[in-house]
Design a protein around this ligand. Structure first.
Ligand code: ADP
Length: 576
């Protein structure tokens, strides 16, 4: 265990940062203390009842009084349980909200290195662990401590000799339970990690179910699934073994103590140095000590778990945000875009883009061409500000894009790729996705779909704009998805357009229509395109040829054909 794990500070500061509903917490704790303290009086009452038993005692008044106390205690107990549970729920809700708000603002870099399944597990499971600790374990622990301290004090007053005998069991308990508790903590942390990994794997496979089936990967997946399940099983069994040790050991110690107390107490009762009522009260207090003790083992296990969960939650909360959460609101229209000496690497020492410089005049079409893996998509990602250049800068007019807020920047950039991604939901929801104003009239929606040549096929659906597209748009054809993406772009009226003619190609009929829609969309906008078609290249104002992360030529198709041998070769072989 490293030092960090020993400290509870991160856990508490995380909880404090959620703005705990203090009044509820204090109310709940006071209620739970009252319940515990009244619980401590019951054995004393029992003792008096047994030792001084007589018929007069059972007067109506006393019965009513006792019943009233019980009912009030039950009420207070109920209210305090609710309050504490509500505190836990509120804290977890705030924690989840904080994490979610953070997650959606994390840079793409975070998602490159963390699987979405793991992230899901952090938002759902890890926050749940923290909640359990706060609303179940923590109150139990507090009332347990009160109960134990109270019971021990009363026991000492009742009969200190017997109390001392009982205490023999305490070191025994600690010696046996400490190592088991620590083991349990370790196992359950591993369990959490494994659960997160397993969730991640399952999610990944389910997300690419078509790929899995098309690749006949059922056997591989079966094996992978079984491995994950078996790892969980192994940990589960180890957990069960530790529990199987803790339970009976506790029971054994308890029985030994009880038997010792009863024998010794029996002797004392026989020799009349103790009353029967006292002995029974003693045993009842004993239970009030032993019961919370057993739950302590659970408390410490949960504490370990919560520490692990906290670390993972904090890891997300502390991850640096995307730059540009704040910044200027700049109109990108009619401005020249300059890329100046930009270099970028995903991993240090593996440069992907080196010293890239070019400029794009308003309304120009710039095509990126080059072999696969040369860095075209990366250049796009820099323009979309998914990553920041390691050196060099990008300017629009004379403003560095770093100074422009992401909201402003991205709202003026349209992106259309060939495998246009979609969200599950209706066509309407997809068109309006992310727009502040969600109440866009049907008239406008039909207008943009018409501009994108998407109106006809949408009309042919019985539900029209309210047709469900399925997860990631699986219920639509590639061409249909793409035309909806183009309609989305029309609706946003971006100043800069980015198009990725990814390698997946459409059938020639829909390609023709999509091409027409795109040409219409490009009119009057600065357009960047990763080009795979000769027609795109021929139309481009500038072609930027990237090879192994460096620009090796800039010019029109004809200029490059004449001056750039590699480009000529590329154009002849790669372009369709
Ligand atoms: P292109 O679009 O020209 O085919 P890319 O820009 O996609 O090229 O890739 C350029 C290089 O960067 C490739 O070597 C690729 O392996 C690497 N790369 C791309 N994306 C990532 C990423 N998210 N993390 C690490 N390396 C990446």
């Amino acid at each position: 265990m490293d030092k960090r794990n020993l400290s509870l500070k991160p856990f508490f500061s995380l909880i404090l940062s959620t703005n705990i509903p203090k009044a509820m917490l204090i109310g709940g704790l006071i209620g739970s203390m009252i319940t515990t303290l009244t619980g401590l009086i019951i054995p004393l009452l029992t003792k008096n009842l047994i030792d001084n038993f007589s018929m007069e005692m059972l007067s109506v008044h006393i019965i009513i009084a006792i019943s009233a106390v019980f009912i009030i205690q039950a009420l207070i107990n109920g209210i305090s349980m609710y309050l504490l549970a509500a505190v836990g729920q509120k804290i977890v809700a705030r924690l989840r909200e904080k994490m979610w708000n953070k997650l959606i603002r994390l840079p793409v870099k975070y998602f490159d290195t963390t699987s979405s399944g793991k992230t899901v597990s952090r938002v759902v499971n890890d926050t749940g662990v923290v909640k359990d600790l706060i609303s179940d374990q923590f109150p139990q622990f507090i009332s347990g401590i009160i109960s134990i301290i109270g019971a021990i004090i009363i026991l000492f007053i009742l009969d200190w000799k017997m109390t001392l005998i009982m205490f023999i069991s305490v070191p025994l308990m600690i010696v046996l339970m400490m190592p088991l508790g620590r083991r349990m903590g370790k196992i359950s942390r591993k369990m959490q990690d494994e659960t997160a990994a397993f969730t991640g794997d399952i999610q990944q496979t389910l997300g690419e179910i078509r790929l899995m089936k098309a690749s006949n990967a059922e056997q591989t997946e079966k094996k992978k699934g079984r491995q994950g399940i078996e790892r969980l099983l192994k940990l589960g069994l180890r957990e069960a073994k530790v529990y199987a040790l803790i339970g009976p050991l506790m029971y054994l110690i308890m029985m030994v103590v009880i038997v010792t107390i009863i024998s010794y107490g029996g002797m004392r009762v026989a020799s009349q140095t103790m009353t029967t009522g006292e002995l029974i009260a003693f045993l009842l207090y004993l239970f009030q000590i032993i019961m919370p003790m057993t739950s302590f083992a659970m408390f410490f296990t949960h504490l370990q778990k919560a520490k692990g969960a906290t670390e993972r939650i904090i890891e997300i909360l502390d991850f640096p945000l995307e730059n540009g959460q704040h910044g200027l609101d700049v109109d990108l229209g009619h401005k020249t875009l300059y890329v100046k000496n930009v270099s970028f690497a995903y991993k240090k020492e593996e440069p992907v883009l080196q010293d890239i410089s070019f400029k794009a005049q308003p309304g120009e079409m710039i095509a990126f061409a080059g072999p696969s893996g040369s860095g075209k998509t990366t250049m796009f990602a820099l323009l979309e500000r998914f990553y920041e250049p390691d050196s060099g800068d990008i300017f629009i007019g004379d403003i560095s894009i770093k100074d422009i807020s992401l909201l402003s920047w991205r709202s003026q950039i349209g992106y259309v790729s060939q495998d246009s991604p979609m969200m599950a939901g209706t066509i309407r929801e997809n068109l309006c996705y992310g727009l502040e104003d969600q109440s866009i009239s049907d008239e406008i929606l039909w207008k943009v779909t018409k501009m994108a040549y998407a109106d006809e096929f949408i009309q042919s659906f019985p539900d029209g704009l309210d047709t469900e597209v399925g997860e990631r748009g699986v219920k639509l054809s590639g061409g249909q998805r793409q035309r909806i993406a183009i309609a989305r772009a029309f609706l946003r009226d971006p100043k800069i357009l980015m198009m990725d003619e990814a390698t997946a190609s459409l059938d020639s009929q829909s390609e023709g229509i999509v091409q027409q829609a795109l040409s219409r969309l490009m009119e009057g906008r600065t357009t960047f395109v990763i080009a795979h078609r000769l027609s795109t290249i021929v139309d481009a104002d500038q072609i930027i040829f990237i090879d192994q992360g460096k620009i090796t030529g800039i010019g029109t198709h004809h200029e490059l054909l004449e001056t750039h041998p590699l480009y000529r070769e590329f154009a002849e072989q790669q372009l369709t």
